[in-house]
Design a binder for this molecule. Structure first.
Ligand code: ADP
Length: 231
């Protein structure tokens, strides 16, 4: 039974109580859902990358919703109450940060910059600050502090993981939730739709290939997958 149908994934009832299936479809969207397409095999490769990175973060002590494998396009996760916050961590300036603030494209951000967006389709996921988080009742201060610590740690670990494979993690969007025991966990996905990864010579292996029509999306996603699964 489908519990929730998102733009690119479905959330279904899981095999055990308190679990869900996170199922990746072959859809891709960009520009607030205005640009859409479908690529055969995208769901599978997004699931593979996502699952691999969740397993890596779990081994490194980051609590996540990941439970285990299921099938080619789905994995089992804890059912969580998603905090309606998109936590973006940026290691290098690009995209909306460059457009909004005029920061030079490609500038290294050290320490990484953390931004919050209110996860609300009707409002088009606006950029918000800490005070807005509390004003909107998105979460309390202790939770936000814990979210920041986890986002920073996950970004740091993933940045290193990609670095070891000759790739640069440019930025990434995290979502967090509370599992049935009330534990704060990293949720949603860790695929190339929610992060930017560049090769050392500056090619994108992520959704920018689709956003900016710069090449073959599936080739880029497969190249990323092959790097991610390399030991
Ligand atoms: P959107 O909701 O933006 O269209 P997706 O297509 O990625 O995005 O849909 C997946 C949805 O499932 C997201 O809203 C995400 O917050 C939610 N979600 C992710 N992991 C879980 C989970 N473990 N339990 C419940 N909901 C989840």
């Amino acid at each position: 039974m489908i519990l929730y149908q998102g733009k690119v994934k479905d959330i279904l009832e899981g095999p055990e109580p308190g679990t869900v299936l996170v199922r990746f479809r072959d859809d891709v969207t960009a520009g607030d859902g205005k640009k859409r397409a479908r690529f055969v095999g995208k769901g599978r490769v997004s699931r593979e990358i996502s699952e691999h990175l969740f397993q890596y973060l779990e081994r490194q002590g980051v609590p996540t919703h990941y439970v285990g494998p299921y099938d080619v396009t789905s994995f089992v996760a804890k059912k969580v109450n998603i905090i309606p916050l998109e936590v973006v961590v940026r290691n290098v300036a690009t995209g909306s940060l460059v457009r909004r603030l005029g920061i030079p494209e490609g500038k290294v951000l050290d320490p990484p910059l953390m931004e919050f967006f209110y996860k609300n389709d009707a409002l088009h996921d606006p950029l918000i600050c800490r005070n807005h988080v509390f004003l909107l009742g998105i979460c309390d201060e202790r939770t936000l502090d814990a979210v920041e610590v986890l986002a920073e740690k996950a970004n740091h670990l993933l940045k290193g993981y990609f670095q070891e494979r000759g790739l640069r993690l440019i930025d990434i969007k995290f979502e967090f939730g509370r599992d049935p025991d009330g534990r704060l966990v990293l949720a949603d996905e860790l695929g190339p739709d929610i992060m930017r990864v560049w090769t050392l010579d500056g090619r994108s292996l992520d959704k920018d290939v689709f956003r900016q029509d710069k090449g073959n999306l599936m080739e880029a996603y497969h190249e990323l997958r092959n790097a991610v699964i390399r030991r």
